[in-house]
Design a protein around this ligand. Structure first.
Ligand SMILES: NC(=O)c1ccc[n+]([C@@H]2O[C@H](COP(=O)([O-])OP(=O)(O)OC[C@H]3O[C@@H](n4cnc5c(N)ncnc54)[C@H](O)[C@@H]3O)[C@@H](O)[C@H]2O)c1
Length: 395
């Protein structure tokens, strides 16, 4: 489509905590479709600090954002328990919303928000937006190009010491801090973005281990605690495309995080890199050949070509909001749609439910994640110029 003359989308960020650093940086610098007009936090000092650091002039309250007719898109970076209230308030004010994961902490609330957005003709986008990064998009392109053949099965495993991690990242001590919702969601998102929706689930699960404080210098923690919910889950997912995928999330393991995400096709086996990053490498292994690392077919590889700043390892976060902004201007639906968010949430909650009941959980929701156009990269001018990968977001 013709892109000159496209009006930027006035956008506000709500929630100026840890992850807002990368979002505010990227939304104000990387995406020409976004005009980051305001930032907001329930704690105004937090918003003021980010405003100074990233040169975003306008600090607004959430009521002021709701009342501002020019702000069309709100990027919700509050913690998950607050998501429902913030998204609802913004939808009621007529704003489109991008939200960090999880969509909400309760499936019924997410369904209610989907209904409200449908009634109001608004869009919601839901993280993780790493699935729009070079790694997952390249994996999807390998499947769509026919190189992998028909995917018959898959194997996903993520292990880490979530109990020990929860000493440093204290929000993990609360509901949603177990490995499935904190980390597993990136893997579920990647599976849905490459294979499509899940039909049915069987699972077994175990809670977090009672954790005794190890970091003696940290006086802010209790002496011992248990992360609520399941912190170890093994599940079998049946995808609508027919693929059967084994999932193993173990937050009761020790040592550094280890990840496996492999898809087995009728022509090749595909290893994907960590989908909790934008640059998970894709390796294809064909019969009677050595494994071959595939070049990225897409941009948004998480590398910041212009600048180096402390949060750059968070990659190209913001791409899901930019995709939504382009969708608003071109009249298409956004890729990380509310149906994607709802479906990923239902898969994780379905795993819990299947483990609890010992029965098969049949997934009600469905979604389709349209891939990005291939062949646009995040750098030009010998790796130093402005990205043109944004062109892959237009249609
Ligand atoms: N920190 C990470 O590494 C990381 C990575 C990926 C995704 N996320 C997701 O991003 C979200 C935020 O995470 P975080 O680590 O930045 O959390 P955080 O606790 O550091 O920041 C959340 C901010 O939201 C503000 N807030 C709370 N309620 C509010 C309200 N009603 N209105 C306005 N502001 C409000 C808080 O004051 C706080 O500044 C979560 O959904 C999390 O799952 C975090």
């Amino acid at each position: 489509m013709e892109i000159s003359g496209i009006r930027k989308v006035k956008t506000a960020v709500v929630g100026c905590g840890m992850i807002s650093n990368i979002y505010i940086h990227n939304l104000s610098q990387l995406f020409s479709i976004i005009d980051l007009a305001a930032i907001c936090d329930i704690n105004p000092a937090a918003a003021e600090e980010k405003g100074k650091t990233y040169g975003v002039g306008r600090i607004m309250s959430i009521e002021e954002i709701a009342a501002d007719k020019e702000i069309e898109l709100v990027v919700n970076l509050t913690a998950a328990p607050v998501h429902y209230a913030v998204i609802r308030q913004m939808l009621e004010a007529g704003k489109n919303v991008y939200t960090e994961k999880m969509f909400t902490t309760d499936l019924a609330q997410s369904r209610e928000l989907v209904k409200l957005a449908e009634e109001k003709g608004l869009m919601i986008a839901v993280a993780p937006d790493t699935v729009l990064g070079a790694g997952v998009q390249t994996a999807r392109h390998m499947i769509d190009s026919g190189l992998v053949g028909e995917v018959t099965s898959g194997l996903v495993s993520v292990t880490r010491d979530q109990n020990l991690n929860s000493e440093t990242f204290k929000f993990l001590q609360k509901a949603g801090g177990g490995i499935p919702y904190d980390v597993g969601i990136y893997y579920i998102g990647a599976l849905v973005a490459t294979l499509g929706p899940v039909k049915a689930i069987r699972a077994f699960a175990a809670p977090g281990l009672r954790h005794r404080k190890q970091l003696l210098y940290d006086t802010a923690n209790a002496d011992e605690w248990t992360i609520p919910g399941n912190n170890l889950i093994t599940a079998a997912l049946e995808f609508e495309c027919g693929a059967l995928v084994s999932v193993h999330f173990n937050g009761n393991a020790v040592g550094a995080q280890r990840n496996i995400i492999q898809l087995y096709g009728t022509k090749a086996t595909m290893d994907m890199g960590d989908p909790d990053s934008f640059r998970g490498e894709v390796t294809l292994t064909f019969p009677e050949a050595e494994p071959v690392k595939m070049p990225f077919t897409h941009g948004y590889d998480g590398v910041h070509v212009f600048d180096h700043f402390p949060f750059e390892f968070y990659g190209h976060r913001g791409i899901g909001a930019a995709d939504l902004a382009w969708a608003m201007r071109t009249g298409r639906t956004n890729r990380l749609s509310m149906y994607y968010g709802l479906h990923c949430q239902e898969i994780l909650q379905g795993m819990d439910e299947a483990a609890r009941t010992g029965e098969t959980y049949y997934v009600q929701s469905r979604c389709e994640v349209k891939p990005l156009a291939a062949g646009y990269y995040s750098s030009n001018g010998m790796g130093r110029g402005r990205a043109d990968a944004e062109r892959s977001l237009i249609d």
